[in-house]
Design a protein around this ligand. Structure first.
Ligand SMILES: [Fe+2]
Ligand SMILES: [Fe+2]
Length: 266
């Protein structure tokens, strides 16, 4: 079974890029299920039902998220449905909208458990320990046989993500890092069979700082005055993802799938 995990889809250009890359990729790579981080799918911050549905039409099955998921309240209803297309980090308090994990039935391919966690270092978010949280989820599902368990660890610090990879090696199929929007070159299968990558990357404007107009970010870094973010919505775009090959619950391989499309969609 092949699982594709796409990095953070940023705004309109990100969604357009998914529409240009994913349909043929999904066919060519014989992919059973596609996950993507959608915390920036709606105009750079947060998600809406409409933007999630749009990206599902291009071939993404389910979404994870991160610290920006509560940015738009339109998504709360989707987070709280019985069968949500999107989950939020599991280590947020239980009474906030949404679920932190999801069991997905792929029919003949079996069941897949998707888990979302948020890191703590350099985040000012009210979250519990991600390590203990994932322990509890895995313990609660100890009797369940999954074809794959995929964890999106959304964290600022690369070392916190590497540590999570080692913590879960042999216990889950893949640990995929997100949040920094920059694809990392360390995709590998750890000794006990867990596929790991520090950051899946993003899908969005190449001529940007994480999707935002570079001049605005440079101003923000140089001067104290607040800046209004503007998201780059045209020009060249990057598509970053990882493809995980799974056999008997363990990762056989993990490969980066990175494309750059010029402004014309090539
Ligand atoms: Fe993000
Ligand atoms: Fe984030």
């Amino acid at each position: 079974m092949n699982i594709l995990f796409i990095g953070e889809i940023v705004g309109k250009l990100g969604r357009l890029t998914v529409s240009r890359v994913l349909p043929s990729l999904r066919k060519d790579a014989n992919i059973s299920v596609v996950f993507a981080n959608a915390e920036n799918v709606a105009h750079g911050k947060g998600a809406t039902k409409a933007t999630l549905e749009e990206v599902q039409n291009y071939g993404v099955d389910y979404f994870t998220s991160g610290n920006h998921i509560f940015w738009r309240s339109e998504v709360f209803e989707e987070l709280d449905t019985n069968d949500p297309s999107i989950i939020r980090p599991a280590n947020y308090p239980q009474d906030v909208p949404g679920q932190g994990f999801k069991v997905i039935d792929l029919g003949k391919d079996g069941k897949v458990l998707l888990v979302n966690l948020l890191g703590r270092t350099f985040f000012n978010e009210p979250v519990f320990c991600p390590f203990r949280t994932v322990d509890k989820i895995l313990k609660d599902f100890a009797d369940e046989k999954f074809a794959a368990i995929v964890v999106d660890f959304h964290a600022e610090l690369s070392s916190e993500r590497v540590a999570m990879g080692w913590y879960l090696d042999g216990r889950v199929t893949a640990v995929v890092g997100t949040h920094t929007h920059v694809p990392s070159a360390d995709a590998w299968v750890m000794p006990q069979g867990t596929a790991y990558v520090t950051d899946a990357g993003m899908v969005g404007a190449q001529h940007s700082v994480l999707g935002v107009e570079p001049e605005i970010i440079i101003e923000k870094l140089k001067n104290p005055q607040p800046q209004r973010f503007e998201w780059v919505e045209e020009g060249p775009a990057v598509f970053n993802a990882v493809l995980v090959e799974v056999e008997a619950g363990r990762a056989k391989s993990i490969k980066r799938v990175d494309r750059v499309l010029d402004g014309e969609g090539r």
